[in-house]
Design a binder for this molecule. Structure first.
Ligand code: GH3
Ligand code: MG
Ligand code: MG
Length: 215
């Protein structure tokens, strides 16, 4: 709202027209700012889950690693993959699978601190960047996420019994287990793969693996 006043003389027709024109211009500018912000968010957001997308994940990881090098702080990385997700799609349909993804994403957001960056890495593989978090901290965070996902009761779209899901986790940290972005992701991913192989619904740490922990 714009309020214009002056003392003494009424506004004439031409002045009214000018005001209408100027307020119209102001309204368009405000709308543009709004639109710009919407587009900016869309560019970094995954549409289904509302998490950050893979591109933004990579960008954030780069800047966190850069910061970690400069200030000597840690960066933790949690990667997770929903267990037997294909079966959910096959049994209950793709829309139900989508609903499961949305719920799991919500858990990650709820358990994340303001500085953490939960992202959709691909399909049903998600990731959380944990600035200023070492390997132990990342493992604790992953374990909390694992339990919260296990506790989810996801409404069945068909109206039947609620669904439960689990996820497998791999964690890695810089500089403890990796030196750069590629190796950090590779370590977390390899640990995630070990969690799957060991029976799913568990957390595994990246880095040198003790012999008895393999399988
Ligand atoms: P595992 O326990 O080893 O992870 O088995 P899985 O069935 O979860 O893994 P797999 O990689 O075989 O299947 C993943 C499935 O996820 C296949 C793909 O169709 C499905 N998927 C990927 N993205 C989406 C999505 O956005 N929505 C839905 N509904 N399904 C998706
Ligand atoms: Mg899976
Ligand atoms: Mg997968």
């Amino acid at each position: 709202m714009i309020s214009i006043a002056r003392q003494g003389r009424d506004f004439d027709e031409a002045e009214y027209e000018l005001f209408t024109y100027l307020t119209g211009q102001a309204a368009v500018s405000i709308e543009n700012v709004d639109l710009h912000e919407t587009v900016r968010l869309q560019a970094v957001t995954d549409e289904l889950t509302g998490l950050y997308n893979r591109n933004h994940f990579h960008d954030t990881l780069d800047s966190e690693i850069e910061r970690s090098r400069r200030f000597g702080t840690d960066v933790g990385l949690v990667m997770l993959d929903i267990d037997d997700f294909k079966r959910i799609n096959d049994t209950f349909g793709h829309l139900q699978g989508d609903a499961v993804l949305v719920e799991v994403a919500r858990v990650l957001r709820e358990l994340s601190r303001d500085i953490d960056e939960p992202a959709r890495y691909g399909g049903e593989e998600l990731a959380v960047i944990l600035p200023q978090t070492d390997l132990n901290g990342a493992e604790l965070a992953a374990e909390r996420m694992r339990l919260a996902i296990e506790d989810l009761r996801i409404p069945a779209l068909s109206g039947g019994d609620a669904l439960s899901v689990t996820a497998s986790f791999g964690v890695a940290a810089l500089p403890a287990t990796a030196q750069d972005r590629e190796s950090l992701i590779a370590e977390a991913d390899a640990a995630l793969y070990r969690a799957k192989r060991a029976g799913k619904n568990r957390v595994r740490r990246g880095g040198p693996v003790p012999a008895e922990a393999e399988s």
